[in-house]
Every structure is written in structure tokens, then in C-alpha cells.
Ligand binder design. Structure first.
Ligand code: AMP
Length: 374
């Protein structure tokens, strides 16, 4: 059943992903109701309704569910009891099972491997003896990670020597942890994939992601890599969506190994920073695809009309450039409406489009990102 224009979509989480989802929903004639612990955040600024309450406030979650027609997320770490409550009251897409898998790196890796999808080698770590055994099994270097609540490189430590293990084990919480073999990757890529209520699956082109200080800096769309590799990445993302019986949108992050293999690092069951380029380069963006999937609308092909480079604007240094960005011809600016530019905080992004098939090489990209205005 599809939602009629005028219906209200409930979005859990109040950040920029919710903001851009709500803007896409508005174009389809829907209103959004944002549930977030923070008042006046990026999503609430552009939504008709807001609830300001903690994710553990069951009375507020119940009232929210009663006020909306369908519920989705831009923030996936909602405690399980709250999700169960929401699912009893309204359709929730993606469902609690998918959120449970993506909230927990151990469940996530087990799910991926069971689906025949390769990941970095990994071992669950429950105590220090277990860590020593995991180091023996995987060798060094390796990456020790929390299994829950990690993002943008938080909740992880690189182990280069056996001596690093004790301090890293003590520093990381909550337990359990997971030790992953270090992947000497040639590139990091991702694919945004959506699955509709009718089982239609569409995947955007694989993109390359480059990070600065563990935070996404640039996305190149499409990834400048061999076509067969990009197709394989798309096939992996489709398999993930199908095996999870997803209704909604998810991002699949992968490493391209030195030998041209693909290893899935993470899945995120929501719009993703590496999909922001689709707003400007695709007839139907990741946000519209997300809203269409949760509203039961048909999913159009995830095609692009242009190649694109997306640059994140992080913290006060990048935001100091905002006037210049606005004055540089060809840059498409996106501001998230956050009041305060704290270091490391994603404040906005800009996109530069190139003719389809015309993404330039490294010098051209650098040139395309140069600010000339102001
Ligand atoms: P994550 O929190 O899992 O998304 O990891 C954040 C970043 O750390 C990734 O985007 C990679 O750049 C790096 N990273 C994570 N896991 C590994 C690994 N097993 N080997 C090498 N680099 C990694």
C-alpha cells in the first residue's frame, strides 16, 4: 500500500540526513515528523512536526508513532525496546532485524559471511586472553573495534605491535570487541542500494570515498575504477538488500584490495554521506529513493545524468570558506543549518557536476574543487 500525498512520515533522528530526507519527502507531497533529542536541529528546521525527547522515552515514542503514518530512520542506534514499541504501533522501515544487524559489528560480519560476502578476517574479542588469541590468529597489524556505537573512526584502535593490545583493550568500550585483519586497501568505495515494498531493487553507481582524519572528505562518482569491479560492488549491495529483505535504503561500504578484490566493511541502513552527490547528479536522489521505498511508491532506476565530486564541509575551518563557495561558479552548496561549527562536525557539503563519463583525473578534480569566488 502506498502513502497518499498529505501523509506524515516519521523520521527518527534530527541531523542532516533527516533534513535532506524531509526535503525530498516534501517534493512528493508528504510532511515529516522528526523525533530527536535535540531541539531545532537540521531536520526539524525543514519539517512540519517535531518531538524533542530521548530515544529511551517510551511515552514520547508512543505519541510519535500515533501521530505518523510510517516510521523510518536517519540514525540507527535506537535501543531495541524502543524499536519494538514502534513496530507494534506503525510500519517501521527498515525493520528492527536490519537495525539489529547493522548496530552490531559481530552480527553484521556473521550475516555478510553467511550470505557469501567477503569481509576482512575477524575474530570476536570478549577478554584480554581472547585478544591475545585473536592477534595470534590474524597477525599484526590489525584493527580492534567496538562492536556497537562506532562511527567516523571512533571506537577503534590500530594494533601495530603485540604491546599495543592491553592499552587498546582497556580503552575501548563497550565490550565485546572485534579484531579485524588490517586491509591494505587500494581504495574505499560504497554503493547506495534501495529495495521497495514490491521487491524492486535499485543500486546507484559505486563511488570512491576519500577520508581526512577518519571523516569523509571527498566522494568521486562514479569511482574511477574498472567497470567490472563497479558492477561486482553493485551486485554485492543488491545481495545485501535482498538477503535482509530491506524496505528502504542502505549504504554498503567496501574496501578494494590491492589485488582488486572487494571486502565489505560496513552497512548503514539509511541515507549515507557518500550518497549526497545523488541530489545533484541523479533524477531521483538517495533521499527520494529512501522516501519512495518507505512510502511504498515505485522505485525508478538509480541512474545518474552527470558525474560528480562531493566535498564535505567539516568544522569551522571549512565553514570559513562558505562565502567563497557561494561565489564560485559551478559549485552546488548544501548547508545543514547547524548553529555551531565545532571541530570535526559535518556542517554542509558542495557538489560539482561533470558531464556523464567526463569525471576528470586527479588534476582535473583538484582544479574543479578550487574556490575562485569571494
Ligand atoms: P569504520 O568505523 O569501520 O567505518 O572504519 C573507519 C575507517 O577506518 C574506514 O573507512 C577505513 O579507512 C579504516 N578501517 C576500518 N577497518 C579497517 C581495516 N580492517 N583495515 C584497514 N583500515 C580500516
Amino acid at each position: 500500500m502506498s502513502l497518499k500525498p498529505g501523509a506524515v512520515i516519521g523520521i527518527i533522528g534530527g541531523g542532516q540526513l533527516g533534513r535532506m530526507s524531509a526535503m525530498a519527502a516534501a517534493r512528493l507531497g508528504y510532511s515529516c515528523h522528526i523525533f530527536s533529542p535535540e531541539a531545532g536541529g537540521p531536520a526539524s528546521q525543514v519539517a512540519a512536526f517535531s518531538t524533542v525527547a530521548d530515544y529511551t522515552d517510551h511515552a514520547a515514542l508512543r505519541a510519535f508513532a500515533e501521530a505518523v503514518d510510517v516510521i523510518t530512520f536517519e540514525f540507527e542506534n535506537v535501543p531495541a525496546e524502543g524499536l519494538e514499541l514502534l513496530e507494534r504501533l506503525k510500519p517501521v522501515h527498515p525493520g528492527a532485524r536490519i537495525l539489529a544487524v547493522s548496530q552490531d559489528r559481530l552480527l553484521e560480519k556473521q550475516f555478510l559471511n553467511d550470505a557469501g560476502i567477503a569481509t576482512a578476517p575477524w575474530v570476536a574479542v570478549h577478554d584480554e586472553a581472547g585478544l591475545a588469541a585473536a592477534v595470534q590468529a590474524l597477525g599484526l597489524p590489525a584493527v580492534l573495534k567496538t562492536t556497537r556505537l562506532g562511527y567516523d573512526g571512533k571506537g577503534q584502535a590500530m594494533l601495530r605491535a603485540a604491546d599495543d593490545a592491553t592499552a587498546a583493550f582497556a580503552a575501548l568500550a563497550p565490550k565485546p570487541l572485534v579484531l579485524e585483519g588490517f586491509v591494505d586497501f587500494a581504495a574505499e568505495i560504497s554503493v547506495m542500494v534501495a529495495r521497495g515494498a514490491d521487491g524492486t531493487v535499485v543500486a546507484f553507481d559505486a563511488v570512491e570515498n576519500r577520508h581526512k582524519h577518519h571523516i569523509l572528505d571527498l566522494t568521486l562518482a562514479p569511482a574511477p575504477l574498472p567497470l567490472d569491479l563497479l558492477e561486482e560492488a553493485g551486485a554485492i549491495a543488491r545481495t545485501v538488500a535482498e538477503k535482509l529483505e530491506l524496505v528502504g535504503l542502505l549504504g554498503v561500504e567496501m574496501f578494494v584490495t590491492a589485488t582488486g578484490g572487494l571486502l565489505v566493511n560496513e552497512i548503514a541502513p539509511r541515507p549515507h554521506n557518500s550518497g549526497h552527490w545523488t541530489i545533484d547528479a541523479c533524477p531521483c536522489s538517495q533521499f527520494e529513493m529512501h522516501i519512495r521505498a518507505v512510502a511504498g511508491l515505485p522505485l525508478p532506476p538509480a541512474v545518474r545524468h552527470s558525474d560528480a565530486v562531493m566535498k564535505n564541509l567539516v568544522g569551522p575551518e571549512d565553514m570559513a570558506l562558505w562565502p567563497q563557495i557561494l561565489a564560485t561558479p559551478g559549485l552546488i552548496p548544501h548547508h545543514y543549518g547547524k548553529a555551531e561549527a565545532r571541530p570535526g562536525r559535518k556542517m554542509g557539503h558542495f557538489t560539482r557536476l561533470f558531464p556523464k563519463g567526463g569525471l576528470p583525473g586527479e588534476f582535473g578534480i583538484e582544479d574543479g574543487l578550487r574556490l575562485t569566488g569571494g
